[in-house]
Design a protein around this ligand. Structure first.
Ligand code: UD2
Length: 316
């Protein structure tokens, strides 16, 4: 059996990956349950859950010295840009310090590791307006979150160049799908939208707050395509020491997105406009040619992904 460690493995992306991999492999999930939920994980004899933080040095030392992993996916993070602006020191511990600590533990204890895949973000490109974003595009991290993701990503890749540790990184664009937690105001916009449509279907009086005029656009990528990307990046030699955009290559505006869901569900969502969020990026779309060279083919347009997501939530 192949051994996997997934940090942040009870979160949205991590739990989907853990549930997929634990069908045939041994998976250890480590999560502090700050955003993730144990219920996201399908109970399975191959899956072991450890509650704890990636910042806990004793725990991380124990986990990495007592197991022999083939693959590690480091998905634990505070994924909120706004939170990093509020609490730069705390988020830095989690989004950066824990990564460096883990790299050192891997150097010491995980000599046979086939791959560490680190989750970076499209946030590293910042507001430089050239589109689409290629991995070699200008980097302009504007928030503690983006600075930490970029620095951690560079360390991860440097550990490949300097010490021969097998590492790769992915830069997620806007990932959506089942089990994304809608409870924080900084949750992914699609999870918030789905939550509102659910409430409307239940007969509750609710609305969606749209920050700005709705003409901002995003490259929304469905979770199943993200899993495809993670598995490719982890398994291909050509991915060693490199970072990869994970998106679809297409963008849609929020207004168009709401129209798509309205039509699918035959609901007219009530939208209230507020001024745009500080630091909000106007448009974002990935150039995915580097990932495509590994064999990646996104299977879900946002229309198709939304249909599958809404169906899984029994909305239609
Ligand atoms: C995404 C990532 C973030 C970072 C960033 C990089 C998520 C959840 N966040 O932030 O971690 O990587 O990309 O650029 O994927 N909006 C509303 N109403 C709401 C919530 C959001 O109008 O209730 C707007 C928001 O102002 C923005 C758009 O929807 O214009 C997308 O927001 P988001 O938080 O889903 O994602 P984003 O692109 O800000």
């Amino acid at each position: 059996m192949i051994n996997y460690l997934i940090t942040g493995g009870a979160g949205f992306i991590g739990s989907t990956l853990a549930n997929h991999l634990s069908k045939e492999n041994k998976v250890i999930v480590l999560d502090d349950l700050s955003m993730g939920k144990k219920e996201n994980l399908v109970v399975n004899l191959n899956l072991e859950f450890i509650e704890g933080s990636v910042t806990d040095k004793d725990l991380m030392t124990e986990v990495l010295s007592n197991n022999k992993f083939d693959y590690i996916f480091h998905l634990a993070a505070i994924a909120s840009v706004a939170d990093s602006v509020e609490r730069p020191v705390e988020t830095h511990q989690i989004n950066f310090e824990s990564v460096l600590m883990m790299l050192e533990l891997i150097r010491k204890y995980q000599k046979d590791l086939k791959r560490l895949v680190f989750s970076s973000s499209a946030a590293v490109y910042g507001d430089e307006p050239t589109l689409p974003k290629h991995e070699d595009s200008v980097i302009r991290p504007l928030t503690p979150y983006a600075v930490d993701k970029f620095a951690a990503e560079q360390y991860v890749l440097d550990y490949n160049h300097l010490y021969g540790i097998n590492t790769s990184a992915v830069r997620f664009f806007n990932v959506y799908g089942p089990n994304q937690n809608p409870e924080s105001p900084y949750s992914g916009v699609i999870s918030i939208l789905v939550d509102r449509y659910k409430k409307i279907q239940k007969g509750e009086d609710t609305h969606f707050t749209l920050f700005g005029d709705g003409s901002q656009s995003r490259d929304f990528v469905f979770i199943e395509d993200v899993i495809q990307a993670l598995l490719l990046v982890a398994s291909k030699d050509e991915a060693l020491g490199r970072q990869f955009n994970v998106g679809t290559g297409n963008a849609i505006t929020l207004n168009e997105l709401i129209e798509v869901i309205d039509e699918t569900l035959n609901i007219n969502l009530s939208v209230k406009h507020e001024s745009e969020r500080d630091g909000d990026i106007k448009d974002s779309v990935a150039d995915i040619s580097r990932l495509k060279k590994l064999g990646y083919k996104p299977n879900f347009s946002v229309q198709e992904g939304m249909k599958k997501y809404l169906a899984s939530e029994e909305l239609f």
